[in-house]
Design a protein around this ligand. Sequence first.
Ligand SMILES: NC(=O)c1ccc[n+]([C@@H]2O[C@H](COP(=O)([O-])OP(=O)(O)OC[C@H]3O[C@@H](n4cnc5c(N)ncnc54)[C@H](O)[C@@H]3O)[C@@H](O)[C@H]2O)c1
Length: 402
Amino acid sequence: MEDMGRRQTASRRHCDGASDHIVSVTVDLETLRRKADAVVHADLDDCLVRLNAEFGEIAGKTLLITGGAGFLGYYLVQSALHWNGSVSSADQIDVTVIDNYSRGVPGWLAALGGDRRLRLIEHDITQPLAADCQAFDYVIHAASIASPTFYRQHPIETMDANVNGLRILLELARQRQHTERPVRGFLFFSSSEIYGDAEPSAIPTAETYPGRVSSTGPRACYDESKRFGETLCVNFANRYGIPVTIARPFNNYGPGLKITDRRIIPDLAQDLLNGRNLTLHSDGSPRRTFCYSADAIVGYYKVLTRGRSGEAYNIGQSGPEVSMKELAERLASAAREVLGYNGSIVTKESTDSAYLTDNPQRRCPDVSKARRELGFDAVVSLDEGLLRTLTWYAGNREGAYA
Ligand SMILES: NC(=O)c1ccc[n+]([C@@H]2O[C@H](COP(=O)([O-])OP(=O)(O)OC[C@H]3O[C@@H](n4cnc5c(N)ncnc54)[C@H](O)[C@@H]3O)[C@@H](O)[C@H]2O)c1
């Protein structure tokens, strides 16, 4: 007899306004959980191999990760702790996470709470840091609202984290510049959004492209605060000699990205897991390249430890550049393999009237600078990354909502 506790089959009638669809998703929860854990273990092992030299540099040092409870924090934090598990005590990295937990404490981070090399601090980075958490050898400033839906809802908080929060951290680094323990590396998370809606002739987009961005539109709180953040970094590097580097991520996705985050891949994953057809809120024509998070994390640690001070680096996948419709098709095909999914793709206008305002039509990085200067290349193909991501969502249905 079938174990109904372990096996759930969702078969629902779904109305998308135009037609009714029956979508069935068959889920064997225990198997899916095991497979999701295997994806994370394999990703962490892979990071360790690819970042052996970089973690070797951070070995025995202290590392601050602001925004470490977020999506990219998932692998930024866990890969450093994974390194710790492979070396002697003297070479372990002391990791401090500062986060205001604006969207709650994720289960994966709470589960790491007992790790003696991990310190978790609930704090808003736009406020001064307590005296006992000001001195770090390496700093990664990743705290910012990153999802367009949420930064449009909280524009002031978004600007504050990228400008005032960054300024606080840069000032602390400046104060330590001529002490016995200066900051050795400081990474600011900017964004590919600083390029705005690049002209077709500027695609793929190199770091030298100045950008085409609205300073007053609904996305400006994010784009312009990242741009000003970069300006702060460059000038603190030039004027005070602080080793500040900048990463410009291009559409990352993968384990750790909350399914409720309202970015395109988690939105589609939610449809899949709830047995609905895949809903696109555009005509499906905007094009992007997508970079799997475990791949991108390798790039970020390389920018931190190998990047030239005052320089920005595109971190992303150079191809394939796919339309949103093609992305949905590829995800549906991965879901057929993981879940036996048999839904289709529908379009529906978003209830958010600013959803598509200033949304770049194409986004694709020129990654030659990171390749040349850092030896970084993204290696996980889109189909493989989508398969791993979906496997992770399927096995972390509760955790993914944290
Ligand atoms: N994921 C991507 O594809 C992508 C693309 C471009 C840029 N980035 C940048 O990378 C960084 C990390 O992105 P992510 O995808 O992990 O975002 P995320 O939203 O998943 O995580 C950000 C974290 O920062 C925290 N945070 C926000 N404001 C804070 C504050 N004032 N004080 C303390 N903590 C605060 C949030 O609670 C959250 O845990 C962000 O700076 C983002 O702008 C990410």
